[in-house]
Write a protein that binds this ligand. Structure first.
Ligand SMILES: [Zn+2]
Length: 138
């Protein structure tokens, strides 16, 4: 019983010992992972996430530069904004900016575009702040 367990542990260990799949990297990886920590971003799944985040970043840069027409309504940021409003209700632009960690100018681009699409409605607080809510809420 005892030797068998040892044997098993060893073979499990062997099958989980892999080298990083990155060319020119021979670092062993842990727990059977295909890439070492230095090259984990070469993993296809990780790469697709990084691509998505990079696309989001590029889109936000364009919105900052040219305004609401650069907004991708199918992009992460627009969807996140709509989801946030659906979960939390009406918000001022300033508060949305903080909560979504988006610059106010960039956020205004998204709000403007989504209001043109009829997805959100824009109002004013007594203090003159712009308040945003999902259009269905009206
Ligand atoms: Zn590596």
């Amino acid at each position: 019983m005892f030797p068998k367990m040892v044997e098993r542990a060893q073979s499990a260990n062997t099958s989980h010992t892999r080298s990083c799949q990155m060319e020119s990297c021979n670092h062993p990886t842990r727990e059977g992972k295909p890439y070492c920590p230095d090259h984990v971003d070469a993993h296809p799944y990780v790469q697709s996430i990084l691509d998505t985040l990079a696309a989001r970043q590029a889109e936000e840069e364009r919105v900052r530069a040219v305004g609401s027409r650069a907004v991708d309504l199918e992009g992460l940021t627009a969807k996140e904004l709509v989801l946030h409003l659906s979960l939390h209700g009406a918000r001022t632009v300033e508060r949305l900016s903080r909560e979504l960690q988006l610059e106010v100018d960039v956020l205004r681009g998204y709000v403007h575009r989504l209001s043109e699409e009829g997805t959100v409605a824009i109002g004013r607080t007594n203090r003159g702040s712009t308040i945003v809510r999902l259009a269905e809420d009206e």
